[in-house]
Design a protein around this ligand. Sequence first.
Ligand SMILES: Nc1ncnc2c1ncn2[C@@H]1O[C@H](COP(=O)(O)OP(=O)(O)OP(=O)(O)O)[C@@H](O)[C@H]1O
Ligand SMILES: [Mg+2]
Length: 273
Amino acid sequence: MEKCKIIAVANQKGGTGKTTTASNFGNALALANKKVLLVDFDPQANLSMSFGIDNPDELPLSMHDILTYIMDDKDLPNKDEYIQHGEKIDIIPSNINLSLTEINLRDEMGGERTLSTLLEPLRKYYDYIVIDTNPYLGLLTINALAACDSVIIPVSPQLWSATGLTDLLKTILKVRKKINPHIEVEGILLTMCDERTNLFREAKSLIDEYYKGKIAIFDAHIPTTVKVGEANYYSRSVMDFDPKNKAAIAYTAFAKEVMQRGKTGGETQASVE
Ligand SMILES: Nc1ncnc2c1ncn2[C@@H]1O[C@H](COP(=O)(O)OP(=O)(O)OP(=O)(O)O)[C@@H](O)[C@H]1O
Ligand SMILES: [Mg+2]
């Protein structure tokens, strides 16, 4: 098995397509015969629900419980007790209790590395581990950044704000300096694109102007389509739900771009500040 890459999907702005991307990107990798683990690191548990876990609050062993074991320096249960296995892809689900973890992490020495402690021993089982993060630049997101090799930033052109993205990039640079020297920005993925509109074209050219030469912007764009929400509703990936759909084609192309990059990743230059 090739070396495992851990990728966080992050943007502290809400509703930019993080969860949709984590799920469909992960599934597109699995369709390319990669062994994939999804990690739900958002107390909203949207990724767990899109996996078909209807009542995440009733999980016998949630992400919060596992991280509490780690913080209490206790041995972890067998991994099959907290990893759920799907047909093609696995997940560590979360639930609302993960917001308690965020509070507990504040008092924990070296707490930024708690998720990393969980994921590092799992590298040997997977080609890719994809972490979905919550829309807040707090300790949960810092944990995800500390645990990953690279970051995918989903940006919805209509919702894009230069200052919001600059805050995220500054945080990534800080994490690189203090906790995780190897972290790279994989790139910006444009989501919910409506290519026919002037608004899309204007936002896209502004984003290009701002980040070209500093951060990779993926060639693949994810179009806006109702099939994404429908697939989600039926706990299926859009590739599985409607393989010919333009979002299915775009997520497949996006996964291919990431796989082709392999370990070289993208770049985060200090000049982005
Ligand atoms: N390509 C798309 N076409 C149509 N709808 C989409 C698309 N991508 C995402 N959506 C919808 O937009 C909404 C927000 O997407 P999603 O939940 O993935 O964002 P998020 O960044 O994870 O949000 P949060 O910040 O709350 O975690 C969802 O209802 C989702 O179904
Ligand atoms: Mg989400």
